[in-house]
Design a binder for this molecule. Structure first.
Ligand SMILES: NC(=O)c1ccc[n+]([C@@H]2O[C@H](COP(=O)([O-])OP(=O)(O)OC[C@H]3O[C@@H](n4cnc5c(N)ncnc54)[C@H](OP(=O)(O)O)[C@@H]3O)[C@@H](O)[C@H]2O)c1
Length: 342
């Protein structure tokens, strides 16, 4: 499988580490060749017979550049790479952009799908702003657009609904879908500050590049919109989600809730109202016999309500980059098996 990476940050580097250290994962059966790596500020590399990932990771770690020899850098932009290079699957891992409504990631994905190339992405921008259009484009061109890691860091949420809930209608969901704010709220219960919590999450590689995406509720709004669109047939964007962040929470309010047997959680909800579908992201008090009360640190959980099952709850216990990277790799394996790629 020939892979083109657009975006080569934490997640792409962890995927590369897994590719390099395949021996550590004996059941992982995926032959891949990375033919392009394109970034925002670090330029791009292209090589038909495969880029040396060990060299690139070393160069990034030691000198924060893709290559020691600038002449090796490609003259293509990421969009031109998606449009012209010879690859099987685009792995879109550029940063989340709310302000630009999922762009330029949505254009990278659209360009690949228009060429009949499948896409695996952890970027929730395109799936929350452009899902309907991209899904239809994929179907029209015989390609797949998969994004398991966009919500809950690779825990099988979309796969669970599509593979295990055939024939059921999802009527609503609720959940803790942002590990960074959940970690910060847990940290505040111990008297820590918002700023310390952000710094710790950034050091763990879990926080979004722009802390406002987490703290002001944009990342969970994008996830809520993605769930509404993918699972409930809605057509909303993160801008339509009733959104709250955690800036108004202080260590004192977090500790006061704990004293009363409650915990503060940033909860995402999606629900139907006649033919309309709505979503919200709000700080709510959760009492101690609610499963969401048990979710600490970077954990996340979602409760899915449907017409043919009682609520199912998926819990992700403190995921890290391994989970997100594996979610994208699982998408790659699905693409390979569905399309008969080698
Ligand atoms: N980290 C996680 O645990 C996690 C979990 C779930 C989902 N995600 C999603 O996965 C994606 C990647 O996350 P990450 O943590 O790897 O991000 P990251 O470390 O911030 O890396 C982002 C990458 O995207 C590149 N980029 C930014 N703007 C670009 C543009 N306009 N065109 C092409 N490349 C561009 C950056 O290049 P430069 O640095 O050179 O500008 C960088 O290589 C994001 O959409 C994120 O929301 C991440």
């Amino acid at each position: 499988m020939k892979i083109l990476f657009i975006g080569f940050g934490n997640v792409a580097k962890e995927m590369s580490r897994i590719f390099i250290q395949r021996d550590l994962y004996p059941a992982l059966d995926l032959e891949s060749r990375v033919v392009g790596i394109f970034t925002g500020r670090h330029g791009g590399l292209e090589k038909k017979d495969g880029i040396d990932l060990i060299k690139v990771l070393d160069e990034l770690r030691l000198s924060n550049r893709l290559t020691a020899d600038e002449r090796e850098l490609s003259s293509l932009t990421p969009l031109e790479a998606a449009k012209t290079l010879d690859y099987d699957v685009l792995v879109e891992l550029s940063a989340l952009s709310i302000e630009d409504r999922g762009e330029p990631a949505a254009s990278h994905i659209r360009t690949a799908l228009e060429r009949g190339k499948s896409v695996a992405s952890a970027n929730k921008g395109p799936v929350s702003f452009r899902y309907k259009e991209l899904k239809e484009l994929a179907e029209k061109n015989g390609a797949l657009y998969l994004f398991e890691s966009a919500v809950m860091d690779g825990a099988p949420l979309f796969n669970f609904c599509s593979r295990c809930m055939k024939g059921a209608t999802v009527n609503g969901f609720s959940g803790i879908l942002n590990g960074t704010t959940n970690f910060i709220l847990s940290h505040m219960e111990k008297g820590g500050s918002l700023e310390e919590g952000i710094k710790m999450a950034q050091e763990a590689g879990i926080a979004e590049a722009d802390p406002s995406m987490d703290v002001d509720g944009w990342d969970p709004s994008a996830k809520a919109a993605a769930l509404v669109n993918v699972l409930m047939g809605g057509n909303i964007t993160p801008l339509d989600v009733e959104r709250d962040g955690i800036r108004a929470v202080t260590p004192e309010t977090a500790q006061d809730a704990v004293k009363r047997g409650m915990r503060l959680k940033l909860l995402c909800r999606g629900w139907k109202d006649g033919n309309n579908v709505h979503a919200s992201v709000r700080v709510e008090e959760v009492n101690r016999d609610d499963i969401f009360c048990l979710i600490s640190h970077y954990g996340s959980a979602v409760r899915i309500e449907s017409d043919l099952m009682h609520p199912n709850i998926i819990v992700q216990d403190c995921p890290d980059l391994l989970d997100t990277a594996y979610g994208v790799i699982e998408d790659l394996i699905t693409i390979r098996d569905s399309l008969g790629l080698i």
